[in-house]
Design a protein around this ligand. Structure first.
Ligand code: ADP
Length: 362
């Protein structure tokens, strides 16, 4: 196998006619990283991936692989390989010829390319099926053929476009584990496009959250979870509540905001009096019961209760805050169950209220 390469995306934009799909993004992906590009549909993930692959021209900026500027190189000369969402396997060819296809295009003789294809099929535990056609395989096996076909060129970087989206939920989780294992054993750089937060959290060393053609945050999963950079990230990842207001008081390392027509809330961080800011509160750190500190809680009315097995999810509104989520452990909830329509006192610790950066709701 070849070695991994770092990717340096420097001020890259993608413009289609009068749509700017990617706005001057810069990102460094260290060699050997499992990187997930994450975001809602239309945020520019696929355009970014296709620019790295060379399937799309780069409107502005540069992309480097290791020390090589690949901006103007054709796909086959970049050291990257792409695995497509639909797998794009040839139905009339057996697995060996499917996997050997790119070597055939390069003029590698039949014996050498078949030997290499068999080696790749062995790596994917598909050797017994070498003479089958794709239609005679399960979805998970077809995905492994597509991986074998991408990896046969010994790429330094593997690019994966929604690789798990065609699989049923059970297989998705199994193949997710296989992808991670493969990346660890090959040690090459993976860039994987997904719109699933769960998938990105499970797989990535580096999560790049995109919104409207820009990068909102690029960080390891734990950092994204514990310190979402912006209100968009906090909302999109779904583990935080976002409370928006204006700063009315500043203390040493903390600020208090007032929500229009509602309550006051405190968070650690710094901002100027009058500034519109957002605060994130961890959904799993909210407690029910009296005894809280002013600014770190409110009284809300329960709007929904969802049982989830090990946890119970409550939705509440109050103090000018709509759709506030509290995830309680099953035992905490059933020690003191509450019903829809009931008013409950919520509180949390200062450490679980974070001042968010980026464009704030004004
Ligand atoms: P994602 O992968 O995050 O769903 P894309 O990169 O596919 O996002 O698309 C980003 C934006 O660019 C979208 O608004 C999309 O409609 C637009 N777009 C993508 N491909 C083309 C194209 N070939 N021509 C014109 N607009 C495009």
């Amino acid at each position: 196998m070849s070695k991994a390469a770092a990717i340096d995306i420097a001020g890259v934009s993608k413009i289609y006619g009068n749509t700017t799909a990617v706005h001057e993004i810069s990102l460094k992906i260290p060699a050997g990283t499992y990187c997930c590009l994450l975001g809602p549909s239309g945020c520019g993930k696929t355009s970014t991936l296709r620019m790295i692959a060379g399937h799309e021209t780069i409107s502005a900026g540069d992309i480097l692989l290791g020390n090589t500027n690949i901006t103007d190189l054709p796909p086959a000369r970049r050291g990257t390989a792409m695995m497509f969402q639909s797998y794009a396997l040839f139905p009339h060819l057996d697995l060996i010829d499917n996997v050997a296809f790119s070597l055939k295009m390069k003029g590698v003789d039949k014996q050498a390319r078949h030997a290499k294809a068999l080696e790749m099929l062995r790596l994917m535990q598909l050797e017994p099926y070498a003479n089958r056609r794709p239609a005679q395989l399960s979805g998970g096996q077809q995905q492994r053929v597509a991986l074998a076909r991408a990896l046969i060129t010994d790429p330094e970087v593997l690019l994966l476009d929604e690789p798990l989206s065609a699989l049923d939920p059970f297989l998705k989780i199994r193949m997710r584990a296989e992808l991670k294992k493969l990346q660890t054993s090959l040690g090459i750089t993976f860039v994987h496009v997904t719109h699933s937060q769960e998938e990105a959290m499970a797989l990535a060393d580096l999560i790049v959250i995109m919104n409207d053609g820009r990068i909102e945050q690029a960080a390891p999963p734990r950092t994204v979870f514990q310190r979402p950079a912006t209100a968009f990230v906090a909302r999109f990842m779904g583990d935080h509540n976002v409370i928006s207001g204006r700063v009315t008081a500043v203390g040493e390392g903390s600020v208090t905001i007032s929500v229009a027509g509602g309550g006051d809330f405190t968070a650690s961080g710094q901002a100027e009096i009058g500034a519109p800011v957002d605060i994130a509160v961890r959904t799993d750190r909210v407690r029910i019961g009296e005894g809280g500190v002013p600014g770190l809680g409110f009284t809300g009315s329960v709007t929904n209760v969802e049982y989830r097995g090990s946890t119970v999810k409550l939705m509440l509104s109050g103090a000018g805050v709509e759709d506030f989520t509290a995830i309680l452990s099953e035992s905490a909830y059933f020690a003191n169950p509450v019903k829809v329509g009931e008013a409950v006192v919520l509180n949390w610790d200062l450490a679980d209220a974070i001042l968010l950066g980026g464009p704030a709701a004004g």
